[in-house]
Design a protein around this ligand. Structure first.
Ligand code: HEM
Length: 497
């Protein structure tokens, strides 16, 4: 059920993208609705226990309010679905979306409590095609002690100075190589460029892969794999889901080979893990089999692959529309470049992260861009939060976007205003009214990585180029992205720094 508003579902050029064509909108809606009806075999609604407490409507039989949700999703204000109902029913209301009775929370405090709860109360909920592709022991699906263990191992590795230094040198090389090939006589598609770079960073971080044949193979198979994330849950040969499962098998085979090599060469048993696979191989609990590790390497690409390029692309979109912010960002980065040049030093990871205004631009992009609009949890028992009853078996949609664009929390919320974050430390990733990376036990372990990658790209971009952006619009549904992949025309600048 989560599929349509959770950006773990990357944009693809296949089914999901085709769905966005206006001419196909009607067909899309029907396909989506029927898909979800077939897919979700949820407990029947028990209105008696809920009507007492929560206002809202359950819409039409079977389809509930899904059509309205989707049609709002196609507009530039997807939260209008929520806004209308908030006026009528308050910040938390009931609905029926994608085949499931759902409590929608646009209340920062209620959402925070849902996110903080453990698996006794709420577990993640995904559509069938996605769970098929993820496998049973995916970090995105598992709960309890195994989840805590894997999340903790990955999270601390992503925070380690070693990893940050490695990402910094790798990413800088990729960014500079890529920018060296940019020409002034044709448009550069920022969304594609950043995607290409971020995937290679991910391959290195997860399994130590360098650019080359295996990386290309992985990239191509991954495209086949994600095309099935939003497909009909039918596994027969010839279906998209079948093709995606085949692609995953091929990727897992490659990762298993890499893991076998690591074991032979003893890299993994060293105390000096170089990538996430090493970290998990080093674990002594014996619960992490090679199959579990290789499956998870692919599943980790799902949240990692699309989100960082979008963060970079949206930041460049907002900066293109706000010359004052661009000017300040450029000055700040040029000043750092000048200092480093004078000292004859290469930039290290904490240099990139040290620039307050650059971080404010990234924070504001996360708030306004809402790369992940919200997440879905399923209640494992009746849960009461702030007087609202969430019945067992119901889903809760914690809608971050509504909170991020709520003027009770953020003044002039639709304006790109990086200055609003001045003197506020947002490095922990979230506060009650700002949760781009989620929260609680499932707080995104990749948040530092995302900020670092965006900072590196922005630094080199603004200190080496001037540009003019072509008109482009942000699409919010089913995932956030630029309609035309953000074409820009660049001019190389010889900034002295
Ligand atoms: C701008 C970039 C990113 C954003 C906005 C983002 C956002 C999120 C959010 C909201 C969640 C919580 C999902 C939930 O509660 O169900 C999450 C989880 C996760 N993210 Fe990210 N993410 C980003 C980048 C990354 C990167 C680069 C990685 C690296 C591989 C990553 C790996 C993960 C993983 C593994 C989880 C699942 C954690 C768990 O369930 O324990 N993310 N992310």
């Amino acid at each position: 059920m989560e599929s349509t508003f959770h950006s773990f579902l990357p944009s693809t050029t296949t089914a999901a993208t085709a769905l966005l064509l206006l001419s196909a909108a009607t067909a899309t809606v029907l396909v989506l609705v029927f898909t979800v009806i077939f897919v979700n075999k949820r407990r029947p609604l028990k209105p008696s226990s809920v009507n007492r407490i929560l206002s809202g409507t359950m819409g039409w039989p079977f389809i509930g309010e899904t059509l309205d949700f989707i049609s709002c999703g196609y507009t530039d204000r997807p939260q209008s679905f929520m806004d209308k109902r908030r006026l009528l029913y308050g910040n938390v209301f009931k609905s029926h979306l994608f085949g499931s009775p759902t409590i929608v929370s646009t209340d920062a405090e209620v959402s925070r409590i849902v996110l903080q709860s453990d698996a006794n109360s709420f577990v993640p909920s995904y559509p069938k095609s996605l769970t098929e592709l993820m496998g049973e022991s995916s970090i995105l699906r598992i709960n309890g002690s195994l989840h805590r263990r894997i999340h903790g191992l990955i999270g601390s590795f992503f925070k380690s100075p070693y990893l940050k230094a490695q990402v910094t040198s790798g990413m800088r090389k990729l960014v500079l190589e890529s920018m060296a090939a940019w020409r002034e006589d044709r448009p550069i598609y920022i969304q594609d460029e950043s995607k290409h770079i971020a995937f290679q960073v991910l391959g290195k971080v997860l399994i130590g892969l360098d650019p080359g044949e295996d990386m290309e193979f992985l990239r191509m198979q991954f495209q086949n794999f994600i095309a099935g994330l939003m497909s009909l849950p039918i596994k027969l040969p010839g279906t998209q889901l079948h093709r995606s499962l085949q692609a995953k098998k091929k990727m897992v085979r490659l990762v298993l080979k890499i893991i076998a090599d690591k074991r032979i060469h003893g890299v993994a048993i060293s105390q000096d893990p170089k990538d996430v696979a090493d970290v998990l191989l080093n674990d002594k609990s014996e619960k992490l089999t090679d199959k579990l590790i290789s499956d998870n390497m692919i599943d980790l690409m799902i949240p990692g692959e699309d989100s960082v390029p979008l963060l970079i692309t949206l930041a460049i979109k907002y900066l293109s529309d706000c010359p004052k912010a661009l000017h300040q960002l450029k000055e700040e980065n040029l000043e750092l470049k000048r200092r480093k040049n004078e000292l004859g030093n290469v930039m290290c990871w904490d240099d990139y992260l040290s620039l307050p205004f650059t971080q404010n631009v990234i924070t504001e992009t996360l708030r306004l861009g809402n790369i992940i609009m919200g997440v879905i949890r399923k209640a494992m028992k009746d849960v009461e939060i702030k007087g609202y009853l969430i019945p067992k078996g119901w889903c809760v949609l914690t809608h971050f976007r509504s909170v991020h664009l709520d003027d009770n929390h953020h003044k002039s919320p639709h304006e790109f205003d990086p200055w609003r974050w001045q003197n506020r430390d947002m490095s922990s990733g979230s506060s009650t009214s700002f949760t781009p990376f989620g929260g609680g036990l499932r707080l995104c372990p990749g948040l530092d990585l995302a900020r670092l990658e965006a900072s590196i790209f922005l630094h080199h971009f603004v200190t080496e180029f001037r540009w003019e952006a072509e008109d482009d619009t942000i699409i919010n549904f089913p995932t956030v992205r630029m309609k035309n992949r953000m074409p820009i025309w660049v001019k190389r600048e010889n900034y002295r720094g």
